[in-house]
Design a protein around this ligand. Structure first.
Ligand code: CA
Length: 195
């Protein structure tokens, strides 16, 4: 009987530690449902998702990432890092499959494939642009893609300077049901060709 109770206690402990595994900081809201990629709260013609990742307000029609662009430049609100365009870091944390859908959800608007920033994208940034590394702290963030059954890469180190050795080893494995923040990324060449 005592053995059974101990076993039960151990299972509860293991289960609770698995559920609370390195999630987003407390002040970041968790979005526990998919975001409709067509929803346009302020009816300015730019979907909420697009505004959120470009850094404009989805509820203020006076704000929208609509400025004209030229070839070789990323869309308004996205940062150009050589041949990659980076969105702002998501303002919320969410499960990996929703993160993936949220990036993908902007494809119709930008006419280019968009992904959750993956290990190759981040690695390239940290190693080729060390002065930017600390601005893309991987801790608490998703790193695409799925790498094993239910497991996705996630940042497990904080990169705090241009010489931080964690730039070469910042990835761990997290359960896809954890909630984390993320960046969306698209290839500038593909975006240019489509626009
Ligand atoms: Ca809008």
């Amino acid at each position: 009987m005592v053995y059974r109770v101990l076993l039960l206690m151990l299972s509860v402990l293991l289960l609770s530690s698995a559920c609370s595994e390195s999630d987003a900081p407390d002040d970041v809201p968790v979005m526990d449902e998919p975001i409709d990629p067509k929803k346009d709260t302020d009816a300015d013609g730019v979907p909420d998702l697009v505004e959120m990742f470009a850094g404009t307000s989805p509820s203020d029609p006076a704000e929208a990432p609509k400025a004209p662009r030229t070839k070789g430049n990323c869309p308004t609100g996205w940062s150009k890092r050589e041949m990659l365009c980076w969105s702002n870091l998501s303002s919320y944390a969410t499960r990996y499959y929703y993160a993936s859908l949220n990036c993908r959800g902007m494809v119709d608007y930008y006419k280019a494939p968009i992904r959750v920033a993956n290990y190759e994208d981040l690695s390239y940034l940290y190693i080729s642009f060390p002065n930017l590394a600390a601005s893309y702290n991987p801790r608490y963030s998703w790193i695409g893609n799925i790498v094993a059954d239910d497991k996705v890469l996630c940042g497990n180190k904080s990169i705090t300077s241009s010489t931080d050795p964690d730039r070469y080893n910042f990835e761990g494995r997290c359960n896809k049901t954890n909630s984390k923040r993320f960046w969306c990324v698209m290839d500038l060449g593909v975006y240019d060709a489509a626009n």
